[in-house]
Design a protein around this ligand. Sequence first.
Ligand SMILES: Nc1nc2c(ncn2[C@@H]2O[C@H](COP(=O)(O)OP(=O)(O)OP(=O)(O)O)[C@@H](O)[C@H]2O)c(=O)[nH]1
Ligand SMILES: [Mg+2]
Length: 698
Amino acid sequence: MKIYDGENIRNVALVGHGDTGKTQLVTALLFTAGMVNRLGKVDEGTSVTDYDEEEIQRKFSISASLAYAEWGKTKINFVDTPGYNIFMHETEGALEAADSALVLIHGVAGIEVQTEKVWGFCEEFSLSRALVINQLDRDRASFERAMEALRNAYGRAVIPVQLPIGEERAFRGLVDLVRMKAYFFDPDGSGKGKEAEIPAELQDAATAAHEALVEMVAEGNDALMEEFFEKGTIPVEDLVPGLKQAVGERRIFPVVVSSGVLNIGSDTLLNFLVDYMPSPLERGEAQGLDHEGGQPIKRKIADAQPVAAHVFKTVADPFAGRVSYFKVISGVVKNEANLTNFNRAASERFSHIGVTQGKIQTAVTELHAGDIGAVAKLKDTLTGDTLGDKSAPIIFPKVKLAEPAISFAIEPKSRGDEDKLSTAIHRMLEEDLLLRFSRDPQTKEFLLSGAGQQHVEVAVSKLKRRFNIEVTLKAPKIPYRETIRARAEAQGKHKKQTGGHGQYGDCWIKLEPQARGAGFEFVNDIFGGAIPRNFIPAVEKGIVEAAARGYLAGFPVVDFKVIVFDGSYHDVDSSEMAFKLAGSKGFKKCMEQAKPCLLEPIMNVEIHVPENYSGDIMGNLNGRRGRIQGMEPQGNTTVVKAQVPLAEMLTYASDLTSMTQGRGTYSMEMSHYDIVPQMIADKIVAAHKPSAVEEEDE
Ligand SMILES: Nc1nc2c(ncn2[C@@H]2O[C@H](COP(=O)(O)OP(=O)(O)OP(=O)(O)O)[C@@H](O)[C@H]2O)c(=O)[nH]1
Ligand SMILES: [Mg+2]
């Protein structure tokens, strides 16, 4: 494997709504570049990047995967990402590795829910991007319609650099609007275009589109603007660097066309990525923090800098162990290097570094600044960590993920598997940061939480396939929480002074509600040593533990502030344990007066249905305590947006199917927590009363 310098590397993520054809397109590009010897198909389970059993079976991507094409002097690293809403956290995390993105648009469907989501991610990571109008070979695909939707959504900066030749089944090739050449692709799927003159019937459209492109490129560049006014055009040798600069500055979002199944537009797309997408070095510097005070520091992306590598993904392989994927931000990572993990102050040996082509790893001797690699068997390193030269510490920020939206109780099928289950799940949590594993304090059941039902189901299926553990998934649980609505003040006193060594702890505390999402705050307001300093943390611990166990129905109490303001102690009988118990008692007494209530997760729901169903859908949402936020037509479909409590959405998938004869789709994600209406809360509290729990346990 050749060693590549940063200037000859492109790190390109493919992002887009589910089923737009990202995985198929990556496979087509790899085949065209000669990296694999046949044109694999997602539908036949032979794509390069959907190699996991779960992905092959379900025919969609579940996690981000890596691949690379050696194209001329350049290595293009591809990050194929999932487009399905419940796996979007994978996509967001993996964009850390990319310097640019191809945003795929379905030639028939146009802009979809997750298109907007991934566009937001690209903004968040400041990625240059091109739009790919894909699947143009399909019946009812339309370049013009997709273009119009893109213009409406993202403005004039979206501008074609290619035009399709032929429509639907007759889609044959494209016009390159920069060089004004046509390329025809044989139906053999080689992906190699044959250069030709622009067909006569496309001449006018191509000329107009070329002029529009030239003007747009000139607009943000004074020198080119002058040239344009002088000559009325910009010659291709100036247009190419001009366009590259505009793409780099995210002033232009160029549009290209393709079909991943017929492999049309592949070699032109590979050339396009090399010519116009920024190399990692062109991104200049990376913003990090020093590892102590959290002071911002910058690191130039260059070989002649101390080594820094950022881990953006971890895979738990039952055979190879933990595999960490990293991007080299600066310096050169050599095989067998010893690097320091700055997040954990641990030393790690990078034995057998390699690059990844789907499931296949190839060893390399070194990786330069800007490149992406993988290494197995790091001891302490997890996703988000930064490693590097001991003498030059830096920490790059971790991506902040959403909270899981739904929990399921799981139970191993064979009783002896409980320990095995917990070990295996902990390895899976390293790989999937949105998955959570906990134990219900009341029912003692194991809880597995994730972004949605299918997310948890995939995890359960992985447990079986990879770790040979079978579990049963019980009915979903809503992750309710508790909070308070009023201030309260109480004494918590723990005193046992009969015979032998006594116990004495006494505190006065106040509880105050905090804003939703603000969490827990502890304030020590003791003056004059009413409680000795060293016992204060014990009071806090007692309160935190009692809050975790819940007050009304066993759900964690959140968003409140505690102020300890008085108390008393005993020279001999006071201990940490006694003050912990005092804290816990004080908390419970306060809760009696603090107007406790239940909180429930509220979801942002987006539903796409044929327009004649929209009335039924809205009525149905009202019945689910939904709040309609908007309704807009998109072609023949209506998009309904609403906020609905998760508790009302558990059966929505099948209800929507029967309401719309299977023609409606929806997606949802966590929005916020809100107070449960009293009548409903009463029922939940009754169902979770300790006596009810005991019955369940039997
Ligand atoms: N006709 C046609 N079908 C395509 C094309 N590209 C992909 N498909 C089909 O569309 C479906 C989805 O393709 P994928 O490549 O898995 O789509 P994806 O964007 O990776 O989907 P997610 O991984 O779920 O985000 C498969 O059935 C493909 O065969 C294309 O260019 N033309
Ligand atoms: Mg995919």
